[in-house]
Design a binder for this molecule. Structure first.
Ligand code: FAD
Length: 520
C-alpha cells in the first residue's frame, strides 16, 4: 500500500477509538510547513477542541537538521522558515499561546519527542497538517498508532493542497497522469465541494492561566539554524529584504498581486524581465500562505468564478490554473511515491545515458555557459534564490538536453539554492523539462536557448540585468554575442563563448532518448 493510503487507513481504523478520548490538560498543535495562524486546518481544529474543553492550546515546532539534509532544504529556505517562525511565535504570544521549539539532531527521534511532550503536558489530542513526502507520511502513520497506545489522539489533516490527494480519479477510476484532464476534474471537484475553499478561523486566545502554567515554554528562545545552514551576514540581509517573512507579508503580497497584476498575468507571465508573477511560491512552500487562500482571493476577483474556476477572466483563470499545478504534483507524489526516491516517473528514462562533465556542470551553475539567457537565469538563482518559471524550464532543458547531464544533478542544485524549494514542484518541473516526468514535455521538443531568449526577453533587459558583462552589447546581438558580431566586446568583458553547439547537442540528445525509448 502507498504511504498515503496507509496513513488514511491508520486514521480511519482508529477514528472511533480516538473520538472516545476525553480532553486532557491542553491540546497540542505541531507546526511544520504550515507557518501561519490563519486558514490553517489542523491549528483551527486544535484551537476549537481546546476552546470547547476550556483548556489551553500549546504549539510545538522542531528544527531537524537531518530532515533538512534528507530533503535538501537550502540554507535560504531554512532562514526564511525561522524568520517566519519568529512571527508565528510573536502572534501566538499575543493570544497567550506558548510555542515550544527545540532542535532534534536525530530525525528518527522526532515522533518520540512529539509523544513525550504531549504526555508531559497532559495533552490527549495532538494535531498536525499532512506533509506528502514518503518519510513524513510513514512517520505520521506510526504516530497515529503509537499515540493511541498512550491514550492520545494524534490527528493529521489535509491542508497543504487545495484538493486532498486521492480525491480525484479519472473515468476509469485511476489517478490522472496528465495535467489538463486532472485540472478540469480539480475545478469540478471544487465547484461540488465549496467547503474545500472555505477559510478556517485563526486560534482563539488561551485562558489567562496558560501564561503561568507554561511560563517555561514562553521563556524559550527560538532555535538557531543548524551550523551548515547559517547564511553569511550579507546574504541573510539580502534575503530578509527580498523576502520579508511571515503570513502578514504573504497576505499583503497576495492582495497587491490580485489588485494590481493578476489581470495582466496571462499576457506577461512568461516574460522574466517584467516581475509580473506573484512571487508567492516562497510563502506557499513555507506554509505562510495557504494555496486555498490564494485561490479564494483570485476567485473573488470576478463573479464569473462563482460556480466554475475555469470560467473567469483570463488573467486570474490562468493564475488559478498555475496554483493548481502545485496541487497536481502533490497528488502525483502521493500516488507514485517512488518519485521521492530519485527515481524518474517514467522508469524507462532511468536508462538514458548521461555525460559526466564537471566542467560543464560548473559552467551551468555559475552562469558561464556562453548562452546569455541561461546564464542570466542561473545568476538570478544564485543571487536571489528564486528564478522565473520560464527561465527554470529553459535552464532545466539546457542541462539535460544541451549539456546531456543527469537532470537529478540540476534538481538537487535547485533545492540547494531555492528559497521556495518544494519537492513536488521541483521534481515535477525537472521531470517535465527533462522529459522524464509525469505529463512531460515530449522528448523531441528541445528548447533552442537562442529562440527562447529572443521570444521571452526580446529587448534583452533580463540578460543585461543579470549578466553585466553584456550590458554594453546592443540590439539582437545580446542573445548570441559571439554569433552576431559582438564576440570581441563580450570577450573583452570576460564573457565566455558558448560551451556547446546547440544543434549538435540536440541531435545527440534526440538519439539518446530514442535509444532508450526504442529499447523499451
Ligand atoms: P506564479 O506564476 O505567480 O504562480 C503562482 C503559484 O502557482 C506559484 O507560486 C506556485 O505555487 C504555483 N506554480 C506556478 N507554476 C508552477 C509549476 N510549473 N509547477 C508547480 N507549481 C507552480 N515551484 C516551487 O514552488 N518550488 C520549486 O522548487 C520549483 N522548482 C521548479 C523547477 C523547475 C525545473 C521548474 C520548471 C519549475 C519549478 N517550480 C517550482 C514551479 C514554478 O517555476 C514556480 O512555482 C514559480 O516560478 C514561482 O513563482 P511565482 O510564485 O511568481 O509563480
Amino acid at each position: 500500500p502507498r504511504p498515503m493510503a496507509q496513513l488514511n487507513a491508520a486514521l480511519s481504523s482508529t477514528a472511533a477509538k480516538r473520538a472516545e478520548i476525553k480532553p486532557g490538560k491542553c491540546v497540542v498543535h505541531w507546526f511544520k510547513r504550515d507557518l501561519r495562524l490563519h486558514d490553517n486546518r489542523a491549528l483551527a481544529l486544535a484551537s476549537n477542541m481546546a476552546h470547547k474543553a476550556g483548556i489551553p492550546l500549546v504549539c510545538m515546532f522542531f528544527v531537524s537538521p537531518q530532515d533538512y539534509e534528507a530533503h535538501v532544504v537550502s540554507p535560504r529556505k531554512v532562514d526564511f522558515e525561522l524568520r517566519s517562525l519568529a512571527i508565528v511565535k510573536a502572534d501566538l504570544e499575543e493570544l497567550g499561546i506558548p510555542l515550544y521549539t527545540t532542535t532534534i539532531e536525530d530525525r528518527t527521534l522526532v515522533p518520540k519527542h512529539v509523544m513525550e511532550k504531549a504526555k508531559a503536558w497532559g495533552a490527549k489530542h495532538v494535531t498536525c497538517n499532512i506533509e506528502y513526502e514518503v518519510d513524513e507520511l510513514r512517520r505520521e502513520t506510526k504516530l497515529v498508532q503509537s499515540c493511541l497506545k498512550e491514550g492520545i489522539d494524534f490527528n493529521a489533516l489535509h491542508d497543504d493542497a487545495v484538493v486532498p490527494p486521492g480525491a480525484l480519479k479519472s473515468g476509469s477510476g485511476s489517478q490522472y497522469a496528465v495535467y489538463t484532464p486532472w485540472y478540469k476534474s480539480w475545478a469540478k471537484h471544487l465547484a461540488a465541494h465549496p467547503h474545500l475553499l472555505a477559510a478556517s478561523d485563526p486560534p482563539a486566545p488561551n485562558p489567562a492561566e496558560a501564561k503561568e502554567i507554561f511560563r517555561e515554554i514562553f521563556a524559550l528562545p527560538l532555535p538557531e539554524a543548524p551550523l551548515n545552514k547559517i547564511l553569511a551576514k550579507d546574504e541573510k540581509e539580502r534575503m530578509a529584504s527580498l523576502y520579508p517573512a511571515g503570513e502578514h507579508e504573504a497576505v499583503a503580497r497576495l492582495e497587491r498581486f490580485v489588485e494590481e497584476r493578476i489581470s495582466k498575468y496571462k499576457d506577461t507571465r512568461d516574460l522574466p524581465a517584467l516581475h509580473n508573477t506573484s512571487i508567492l511560491s516562497i510563502h506557499f512552500s513555507a506554509g505562510t500562505l495557504s494555496a486555498r487562500a490564494a485561490v479564494r482571493l483570485a476567485q473573488a476577483s470576478s463573479p464569473k468564478f462563482k460556480t466554475d474556476l475555469t470560467a473567469g477572466p483570463q488573467g486570474p483563470t490562468v493564475w488559478i490554473s498555475e496554483v493548481a499545478w502545485r496541487d497536481f504534483y502533490k497528488h502525483v507524489l502521493c500516488h507514485w511515491p517512488y518519485v521521492c526516491m530519485s527515481k524518474a516517473f517514467k522508469p524507462s528514462t532511468s536508462l538514458i545515458k548521461w555525460d559526466y562533465n564537471p566542467k560543464l556542470f560548473a559552467a551551468w551553475r555559475e552562469g558561464r555557459t556562453g548562452f546569455p539567457f541561461v546564464d542570466a537565469a542561473m545568476r538570478q538563482l544564485a543571487h536571489t534564490g528564486w528564478m522565473h518559471n520560464r527561465a527554470r524550464m529553459v535552464v532545466a532543458s539546457f542541462l539535460a538536453k544541451d549539456l546531456l547531464l543527469d537532470w537529478r544533478l540540476g534538481e538537487r542544485y535547485f533545492m540547494l539554492q531555492l528559497v521556495d524549494g518544494d519537492f513536488g514542484s521541483n521534481n515535477g518541473g525537472w521531470g517535465f523539462s527533462a522529459s522524464v516526468g509525469v505529463d512531460p514535455q515530449p522528448y523531441f521538443r528541445i528548447f533552442n536557448p537562442l529562440l527562447q531568449s529572443e521570444k521571452f526577453d526580446a529587448d534583452g533587459s533580463y540578460i543585461r540585468k543579470w549578466v553585466p558583462e553584456l550590458a554594453g552589447v546592443e540590439g539582437k546581438a545580446i542573445h548570441d554575442p559571439y554569433g552576431r558580431g559582438a564576440g570581441a566586446k563580450a570577450k573583452k568583458a570576460g564573457y565566455p563563448p558558448p560551451c556547446v553547439v546547440h544543434k549538435e547537442m540536440r541531435e545527440k540528445a534526440l538519439q539518446r532518448y530514442k535509444d532508450v525509448l526504442k529499447a523499451n
